[in-house]
Each structure stands twice: as C-alpha cells, then as structure tokens.
Design a protein around this ligand. Structure first.
Ligand code: FAD
Length: 278
C-alpha cells in the first residue's frame, strides 16, 4: 500500500496569494494526498482565512483538516466554531493549544490541547477525526522531555486518533519519541512532519522559535552557501529526501509535509523518492 501523504498550508493573506496557493494545490494533488490541512492563527488573526481555505479544499474534492487552537478561547466560542466546521462538512481537525500573540493575556477556558481534545469528544462525539501535535525534540515550554512525553500521552488518551510531529532532522529523536510514547500506552499513528529546506534564514528563524534542532553540520553547510539559493535548494533536497527515505524504510505511518504553500519543494522530494512520476 502507498505511504499516506498529507500537505499543510497556511491561509493566504492576499487574493494573489490565494491564487498561487490554488495553483500549488492542483500540482500537489497529483501526489494523491490523504488530506490537506490548513493552519489556524491563534488570537484570531487568520481564523476566517482558515475557514475559507478549508472550504476551497473541500470544494476541490479533497479531504481537509482544519487546525484549531484553543488558547484564550471560551467554551461557548469553541463550541460555535466547531459547529460551523461541522456544517461546512469538515471531518478532520488538528487540535492544538496554540500560542497567544504577545500582548494578549490569558483568561481563556482551555489551558492545554488535552482540554480541547476532551471537550471535542464530550460535545461532538466521534464527529471529527482528531490529530494532535507531537514534539520529538521537546516542546520549547516543557519542563523536561519526560514531562512533555507524559503530557503528549495524556493528550492522546483524551481522545486523539493520531499525531503529527514538529519537523526534525534527527531521525533518532523521532524513533526514540515513538518508542517511549508507545511504552506509555500510546497506540495511535505518530506521523513525522517534514520541512523541505528552501530558505536557510527562514528555516533557522523557525527552528529557533519552535525548538527543532538543525544539526550543526547542516547549519554550517547552509551558512556556507550564503546567498547561493540554488545550492541551498540542491543540498536541502538531498538532506530531506534522505530523511524521508530513512523514515519510509523504518515503516512510518505516513509523511506530513509543511509545504509553506509551495508545490515544487515537496514534489521534488516525492519525485526523488519515486512516489510520483517525473
Ligand atoms: P499542548 O499539547 O497543550 O502543550 C503545550 C505545552 O504545555 C507543552 O510544553 C507541554 O509539555 C505542556 N503541557 C501539556 N499538558 C500539561 C500539563 N498537564 N501540565 C504541565 N504542562 C503541560 N500553532 C498555531 O498557532 N496554529 C497552527 O495551526 C499550528 N499547527 C501546528 C501543527 C503541528 C503539527 C504542530 C507540531 C504545531 C502546530 N502549531 C500551530 C504550534 C503549536 O500551537 C505550539 O507548539 C503551541 O505552543 C503548543 O500547542 P500544543 O497543541 O502542542 O500544546
């Protein structure tokens, strides 16, 4: 059976961005993803955009997962938003705590993603397939890797059907995380999140913020290429294709690509892997 694929997008901010994303999606659909997911900006910045993009994906005949973050939200608001997603025909969610934009106080009725997962199951039963986030290299705010792993296991036990990881370049961290989670009784698939490398500066900024380690040798090589975008892309393609190949050989349950709304970097990796034609 073919390895299940999923592609993540963020809601475009302009009509031009929306048109570009539509074109990128059409190209990516050639890889026959199981579903496409759309991120959700905490603090209200892009909630409309998430719904609009999810609606487009569903209208294109593709299964769509809406990311949904709960931090700062009330139960009443979350209930209404989930009911709206249900009306739209959304059957998949990526349930998250999210991060409050700086300047926002707390005050919501949910503390952790686990509370959201439990709420969805209590209020909507099995209406949604729920994915949660996993951090093989530890969530940056966790007290310790052990505490983070335990929190992950609790979150899954609250009713998740699967998990998608933060991106990583150290496969050992992923395999260790999966083994440890299974030892704690987690039985759901933990799908690795894959970040194609196209822009060194952006990658380093993201990685510092989300706690994903760029191994020293990769960081040095990227820095060494300076502004030579072609070399960065060629090197990135080699590194990420190797990563996916190792994961596939080890029997991972799927691959989830952080596409950054671009078709080419993800398609180039899938072509190299022989998962789609030239
Ligand atoms: P949680 O699982 O609630 O964990 C948050 C922190 O709290 C962790 O440090 C955890 O160890 C700790 N914790 C959990 N439970 C307890 C407890 N009982 N006691 C003490 N500590 C606890 N962000 C967005 O804004 N929009 C998106 O669309 C989005 N999509 C994402 C998709 C994926 C696949 C991933 C991996 C991340 C995504 N994020 C997104 C980022 C995410 O919102 C942040 O990483 C956020 O800081 C944590 O969200 P979470 O759901 O993982 O939180």
């Amino acid at each position: 059976m073919a390895l299940p694929l999923s592609f993540e997008f963020f809601p475009p901010k302009t009509p031009e961005g929306a048109a570009k994303l539509r074109a990128a999606r059409q190209r990516l659909y050639a890889a026959r993803p199981q579903f496409c997911s759309v991120t959700y900006g905490a603090g209200g910045s892009t909630q409309e955009g998430t719904l609009a993009t999810v609606a487009e994906i569903l209208a294109e005949g593709m299964d769509a997962a809406a990311h949904f973050s709960c931090i700062g939200a009330t139960r009443e608001r979350v209930r209404a938003q989930l009911a709206e997603l249900q009306r739209m025909g959304v059957k998949r969610l990526v349930a998250l705590r999210g991060d409050l934009p700086s300047g926002y106080g707390l005050g919501g009725e949910f503390t952790y993603a686990r509370d959201l997962v439990a709420f969805i199951r209590a209020e909507f039963g099995a209406a949604f397939h729920i994915e949660v986030a996993a951090y093989p290299e530890m969530h940056p705010q966790a007290r310790s890797p052990q505490a983070d792993l335990q929190a992950f296991a609790d979150k899954v036990r609250a009713g998740a059907d699967g998990a998608i990881t933060q991106y990583f370049f150290n496969t050992d961290a992923y395999f260790r995380f999966v083994d440890d989670a299974y030892a704690l009784g987690v039985e759901v698939p933990i799908v690795p999140g894959i970040m194609p490398i196209t822009n060194a500066t952006q990658l380093m900024r993201f990685s510092d913020a989300c706690g994903a380690e760029i191994p020293r040798w990769i960081r040095l090589r990227l820095q060494g290429y300076g502004d030579d975008v072609a070399s960065i892309r060629a090197f990135g393609l080699d590194v990420v294709t190797d990563l996916c190949d190792q994961l596939r050989t080890a029997g991972v349950p799927g691959l989830h690509f952080y596409t950054m709304n671009q078709a080419e970097p993800t398609l180039a990796i899938l072509q190299r892997l022989g998962m789609i034609g030239e």
